[in-house]
Design a protein. Structure first.
Length: 241
């Protein structure tokens, strides 16, 4: 079992820190605890119990992998303190399930134009088709990435941000055409030519300005909820029309 240290905090209860059983408690203060890295955990389900997360997002768990740096800073959310304890007791036991949930959620939105991020000339199966999984799949800090082969994952881990940037660009390019909002997801203000596009999780998001982008990144679940609601409304309007 990989030795993974857990640092957890309950939303709205700053200062609550728990360390995985069997590991030495850290001597650092709460402010020095590992920060969230990579994509936020945007699923609405607890990976331990399978129950829906509460409206406040539940308990946030930040992984710190002593022997697996790819997990360091990864955010996971669970529904309650009981599930938090199970995650702390044996985090490695649950990583596979979390990855599978994320793959199932993100495949439908994965950019079809995106080939292997390492070997650009290698095309990949349609992510929405029956052969979507007939390639190498990994989840890097809550982000699905597909490759033509296992060898390419080694190159990816040497410089993950480089390849995530490619994936972000492809996702934004494809999602722009079906973006459901005509105003800023944060304030409702109008867009300008300079209004930024960026990725939250695996979703393209646009705000009116950089300041609003910062607000979205502080509360990404709220922004995604607005996007989902707008997308559902657009589908309903199209059907009824």
């Amino acid at each position: 079992m990989r030795r993974i240290k857990i640092i957890s905090r309950l939303i709205g209860a700053a200062g609550f820190v728990a360390v995985a059983a069997g590991l030495t408690a850290p001597t650092t203060s709460v402010s020095e605890a590992p920060k969230q890295q990579g994509a936020p955990y945007l699923l609405d389900v607890c990976p331990i119990s399978g129950r829906p997360l509460p409206e406040d997002g539940g308990v946030v768990v930040i992984l710190e992998g002593a022997s697996d740096s790819t997990q360091t800073g990864r955010e996971v959310r669970v529904c309650c303190n009981g599930c938090k304890g199970k995650m702390e007791k044996d985090p490695a036991k649950h990583i596979g399930k979390i990855d599978e949930l994320i793959i199932a959620d993100q495949l439908a939105r994965y950019p079809k134009s995106m080939g292997c991020p390492v070997m650009d000339t290698k095309a990949l199966p349609d992510p929405t088709g029956p052969e979507a999984r007939e390639c190498t799949l990994i989840v890097y800090k809550n982000r699905l990435v597909r490759f033509c082969c296992g060898k390419c994952t080694k190159s990816f881990y040497k410089d993950p941000e480089k390849y995530i940037a490619k994936l972000d660009a492809a996702a934004i390019a494809e999602q722009k055409s079906t973006y459901p909002l005509t105003t800023c997801v944060s304030t409702g203000g109008g867009f300008k030519e300079s209004s930024p596009w960026f990725i939250v999780g695996d979703r393209a998001v646009r705000t009116c300005c950089g300041g609003c982008k910062g607000k979205v990144m502080k509360n990404p679940r709220a922004a995604v909820a607005k996007l989902d609601a707008a997308t559902a409304k657009a589908k309903t309007d199209k059907t009824s029309g």
